[in-house]
Design a binder for this molecule. Structure first.
Ligand code: ATP
Length: 256
């Protein structure tokens, strides 16, 4: 039983300087969904995740968790986020997780065992006492996943978690994501790996220039995307589209 879901994003905009980078965002995420946020570089995917996670305040509009606006302590406690480049403290791998558990209010006597169990879950038990920052990129990312696992969030935000990983490390991260899914964790994730989106997602939100252009279940999105730009994106042609040229496959141009 979820305590913080559904997530509802209502009329959210994010403006920096004279640029509206997130535009009129409206959507809802139900408990148990695995939402893949897709789109080209600079579409605003990371910004959106940061706003939903409470790291960045929306310029206007509101984020609701289980009907309540904002980010009270209870909401923060039940979410975790893993970034493309893990943010780790200058201490051992195990201590990084223990620190996260401390922030969750877990008693000191329980932290070590919980942290170690999480490290074992991602196959890093043998590196528990290593300084986190000497771990390889793939190991650091697994440590970030272990940290998220330890706190057992209801909602897990993943911002391109496999972006700089080799296939084996990617596989390992995907296994951990699947373990979260088995625990019924709600996943909101960005990825440029469309195969990964198909493997892990239940739903897709396709973004372009700060807007959501299409929301669909994964199968429908990849077999019959409705929006012209989503079609081009699925075919891998969006990259070649230039602003002054017609969109691939025709269709209307949507300027800023
Ligand atoms: N805090 C900020 N202040 C101002 N501009 C920002 C900020 N964060 C991101 N941007 C800009 O907003 C746009 C969207 O960035 P964002 O990182 O959300 O894109 P993205 O879809 O995640 O791209 P990528 O796939 O390359 O990671 C970019 O043009 C970026 O330069």
């Amino acid at each position: 039983m979820s305590t913080i879901l559904p997530l509802k994003v209502k009329d959210v905009n994010f403006i920096a300087g004279d640029k509206r980078l997130i535009k009129d965002m409206n959507f809802q995420v139900k408990a148990g969904a695995r939402v893949m946020v897709l789109g080209a570089n600079g579409a605003g995917k990371s910004l959106l995740l940061r706003i939903c996670h409470g790291l960045l305040p929306a310029s206007s509009g509101e984020v609701f968790w289980n009907g309540q606006a904002g980010f009270p302590k209870k909401v923060r406690k039940h979410q975790a986020m893993v970034f493309q480049r893990p943010v780790l403290l200058r201490r051992t791998a195990l201590a990084n997780i223990e620190y996260a558990l401390k922030r969750q209010g877990i008693h000191r006597s329980e932290r070590r065992d919980m942290a170690y169990a999480a490290m074992k879950k991602v196959g890093l038990g043998r590196l528990a006492e290593q300084p986190a920052r000497v771990l390889s990129g793939g190991e650091q990312q697994r440590l970030a996943m272990a940290r998220a696992w330890a706190i057992q969030p209801e909602v897990l935000f993943l911002d391109e978690p496999c972006a700089s990983l080799d296939p084996s490390a990617t596989h390992s991260i995907e296994e951990t994501i699947e373990a979260f899914v088995e625990k019924k964790t709600t996943i909101i994730m960005t990825t440029h790996d469309l195969g990964q989106a198909k493997r892990l997602g239940s739903d897709v939100m396709f973004m372009h220039r700060g807007r959501v252009l299409e929301k669909a279940n994964v199968k429908d999105f990849f077999t019959s995307p409705q929006n012209d730009l989503a079609q081009a994106f699925v075919k891998g042609e969006l990259l070649w589209w230039k602003r002054k040229e017609p969109y691939p496959g025709g269709g209307m141009k949507m300027g800023r």
